[in-house]
Design a protein around this ligand. Structure first.
Ligand SMILES: Cc1cc2nc3c(=O)[nH]c(=O)nc-3n(C[C@H](O)[C@H](O)[C@H](O)COP(=O)(O)OP(=O)(O)OC[C@H]3O[C@@H](n4cnc5c(N)ncnc54)[C@H](O)[C@@H]3O)c2cc1C
Length: 387
């Protein structure tokens, strides 16, 4: 049955023709190429690498990056791409977000000319895959405590440390690794195959199963001096990257929520209990009404965030609000949809439980719900409640 995306407030009318065209192209690709295979990949715990060249062909990798062969799309068009990708699966959207916002964006904004020329076209074409290594086994919400160190020795930097929970980590050809050099956080481009650099896939996940989540181990990894990202120093480097990616997450999880809502509404109309479609019962209608209301609020907030970004006016705190709100409600919607589907809701025949499990990761990564609450609390009061 054809997907009927919810659009209760006619957000469609606020998009440009180009934005609608891009969204529809990705929507069609997700329907044709992602949905038929994603449940099997999820159950097998594998990322569908065969889709990477197709995503590249569609121009989805680093679609918001300007120059170096990349299309430089506006924030709304880019957000709509991520919304549609996550309608397929959070793992697919995570792949694209990391590649575009956490690898290409820092290279574009903080990299040397040589780094940009070498990596951006290859990453856009999907010929190279990138990952972003910030989180460590003992430092998640507080990345400033990172223990990974870089030391200058002759014509090399030597890196030691470990990064954990790294999306695209085992397949990446280039890792953006954040490490302290003389006590200051700096970014380094570390290439696959560099002696002492281990990229190990992490198993036993219940969430984001169709995504490569890995550990990076750096043992005396010597990289050329040209591997450092020259354009940024301090924690603002990785934090600025995360602001880029978090905006995309707000769009993405809206897509997951739209997919769940569409499935639950359809199911409620077809499933007969007590001689009626369950959609005729007030309690089920109440759930659907709540879901649609929250999806509509997400759509409007995302659109406004995107337009502010295009005007160069969006603040990190506004992005935090959108990420926090969208992840919270998308997860609630997925849980509620699962309940509408009853026992069927726990199977891979339907999407809801896969999205629900994925969203547990998405609400955690790039700043947990609680951390974004503290960011907003700080913005509102001027008082820091982190420590
Ligand atoms: C599937 C997946 C993919 C990921 N991909 C990447 C990636 O590509 N690159 C990368 O660098 N990282 C990645 N991460 C890591 C992610 O960003 C971290 O998990 C996240 O930042 C939280 O860190 P933590 O898990 O160490 O939790 P912790 O920081 O240990 O937090 C545990 C709990 O304590 C709470 N907490 C912490 N500090 C405070 C405080 N001051 N006040 C109140 N509550 C607090 C948190 O909200 C949370 O509820 C990924 C994670 C997952 C699950």
């Amino acid at each position: 049955m054809a997907y009927e995306p919810p659009d209760f407030y006619g957000v469609e009318e606020l998009l440009t023709e180009d934005e609608r065209m891009i969204r529809d192209a990705v929507r069609g690709w997700v329907t044709d190429r992602v949905l038929p295979i994603i449940a099997d990949h999820y159950l097998a715990g594998t990322f569908p690498t065969g889709l990477i060249p197709e995503m590249a062909e569609l121009g989805l990798l680093g679609a918001g990056i300007e120059g170096y062969g990349c299309p430089g799309l506006g924030a709304v068009a880019y957000g709509l791409i991520l919304q549609e990708l996550e309608r397929g699966d959070s793992g697919i959207r995570s792949f694209a977000s990391v590649q575009g916002s956490l690898v290409m964006w820092p290279i574009r904004n903080f990299g040397s000319e040589e780094q940009k020329k070498r990596w951006l076209p290859a990453l856009h074409k999907g010929e190279a895959i990138g990952c972003f290594g910030l989180t460590e086994p003992d430092h998640g919400s507080d990345p400033g405590g990172m223990e990974t160190r870089a030391v200058k020795r002759g014509d090399r930097y030597v890196l030691n440390g470990a990064k954990m929970w790294i999306t695209n980590g085992s397949q990446a050809h280039v890792a953006v690794v954040w490490a302290k050099l003389d006590g200051v956080v700096r970014g380094f481009l570390v290439e696959k195959g560099t002696p002492g650099f281990l990229q190990r896939s992490m198993g036993k996940k219940f969430s984001l199963r169709a995504s490569d989540t890995s550990e990076l181990v750096l043992q005396d990894v010597a990289v050329p001096l040209t591997s450092i990202l020259p354009g940024v120093e301090g924690l603002k480097g990785p934090l600025n990257c995360l602001t880029q990616a978090r905006g995309g997450i707000a769009w993405g999880v809206c897509g997951a929520a739209m997919a769940c809502y569409d499935e639950a509404r359809r199911y409620a109309l077809q499933r007969i209990q007590f001689g009626k479609p369950i959609g005729q019962f007030q309690l089920v209608q109440s759930k659907l009404a709540e879901m649609l209301t929250e999806i509509t609020k997400m759509q409007l907030l995302n659109l406004r965030m995107g337009r502010l970004k295009e005007a160069g006016k969006v603040t990190p705190q506004q992005v935090s609000m959108a990420k926090r709100n969208a992840c919270h409600h998308a997860l609630e919607i997925a849980r509620s949809c699962r309940s509408v589907l009853g026992a069927n809701g726990i199977t891979a025949e339907y999407q809801v439980m896969r999205h629900m499990c994925n969203l547990e990761s998405v609400i955690t990564y790039e700043g947990t719900h609680d951390i974004h609450t503290l960011i907003l609390g700080h913005a509102l009061t001027g008082l820091d409640a982190f420590r």
